[in-house]
Design a binder for this molecule. Structure first.
Ligand code: NAI
Length: 361
């Protein structure tokens, strides 16, 4: 059997730090295991264009392993070329880089390591809320440049306490964010999701559901985005919706970059319609050096909390998704059932409700 993995380059960091498991160098820690079982295992970061290792090797690959951090975009066209492909496995959470409709057409299973990095992302989202609301980045930059001007940074700084905080998507990550901000004494917690909070979460999280997206954003001081990217969420936060936001609101998006329109976000930040935008996800990854989100600013010169896609790939998370990847692969090799929570599509249909509402066949 041939297994192909598209991972990110670790370079010197991966040589020095073996716990960087999700890198080309450290190969999710599964190379010797797969080879001992007699399987071929190819690992690459080279993923763009028809001459890339990814696009050349996919033609006779049986199992494809990808990661959201350096996504090997598995398009409908590539599915047509991938004659032997049977399983697409996401080492992490979020399989939007796989054309799920095309996988369904071909009857190929797509699985991910559900839950593996949800705490890592929730912590990053809370940190991002704080750094935007407290105007941390410009304050830190000022100090590094040798400056000292309290008023300049204090004019853009607020408390998290008494703010209305809302999540678009109240699944594993959304719920964990709501739990984690509760001790900050927000004015209210809101959520927008086509599914109500499960009973166990509704007991512990005091959040009100708002059914209409425009009404939801109009009430929030901070909107955090925690839904998967699919046809129903691509470009969801666009020029039109941004008009309904509370003036000066903050947005934290650690879900997927393409849920937000890149130009509309930049313009809303520049005009002061929103005060800040932070996150680690970009509409195409790696992001181009001239992507507007790298340098966009609010009128006070702050409001940008963007980083590369790393919130879900802490060293703690890497152990969990590497172990989870091996478990999915082992079950598949031994013909055992997968854990239901890890299956995204199988036998030509969606096995989860998270990627939009689809009629079952
Ligand atoms: P989940 O499946 O537990 O929850 C997703 C929630 O979004 C579900 O409650 C679903 O009903 C809701 N949803 C789907 N479409 C919606 C829509 N149109 N409007 C409102 N709600 C909608 O997923 P989980 O584990 O919470 O992860 C969410 C997403 O976060 C992933 O799909 C991935 O894109 C992203 N993520 C990012 C990471 C990072 O490193 N930045 C790491 C892990 C996940």
């Amino acid at each position: 059997m041939k297994v192909l993995a598209v991972l990110y380059d670790g370079g010197k960091a991966a040589q020095e730090e073996p716990r960087l498991l999700g890198t080309v160098e450290n190969k999710l820690g599964i190379e010797s295991w797969l080879k001992e079982l007699g399987h071929e295992f190819i690992v690459t970061s080279d993923k763009e264009g028809p001459n890339s290792v990814f696009q050349k090797e996919i033609v006779d690959t049986d199992v494809l392993i990808t990661t959201p951090f350096h996504p090997g975009y598995m398009t409908a066209e590539l599915f047509e070329k991938a004659k032997n492909l049977k399983l697409c496995l996401t080492a992490g959470v979020g399989s939007d880089h796989i054309d799920l409709a095309a996988a369904n057409k071909k009857g190929i299973m797509v699985a991910e390591v559900s839950g593996s990095n949800v705490v890592s992302v929730a912590e990053h989202a809370v940190m991002s809320m704080l750094l935007l609301v407290r105007n941390f980045v410009p304050a830190h930059e000022q100090i590094q440049k040798g400056g000292w001007n309290v008023a300049d940074v204090a004019r853009g700084a607020f408390d998290l306490e008494n703010k209305v905080i809302g999540t678009i998507g109240a699944g594993r990550i959304g719920q964990r964010i709501l739990q984690r901000v509760t001790p900050f004494n927000p004015k209210e917690l809101l959520y927008f999701d086509y599914a109500p909070l499960p009973e166990h979460a509704a007991h512990t999280i005091n959040a009100r559901r708002v059914e209409k997206l425009e009404d939801f954003v109009a009430q929030c001081d901070i909107v955090t985005v925690n839904c998967p990217l699919h046809d129903g969420t691509r470009g969801l936060i666009n020029k039109e919706l941004l008009k309904h936001f509370k003036k000066g609101a903050w947005i934290v998006n650690t879900a997927r970059g393409a849920i937000c329109d890149r130009h509309a976000i930049k313009e809303a930040l520049a005009s002061g319609q929103i005060s800040g935008y932070a996150g680690d996800v970009w509409d195409v990854q790696p992001s181009a050096p001239d992507h507007p989100w790298r340098t966009m600013k609010n009128p006070l010169g702050g409001g940008n909390g963007m980083v590369p896609h790393y919130s879900g790939t802490t060293l703690d998370a890497q152990i969990r998704y590497a172990v989870g990847t091996k478990d999915i692969l082992q079950r598949w090799l031994e013909g055992k059932d997968q854990e239901a929570q890890n299956v995204i599509v199988d036998h030509g249909e969606y096995a989860t409700k998270s990627y939009g509402i689809h009629e079952r066949k």
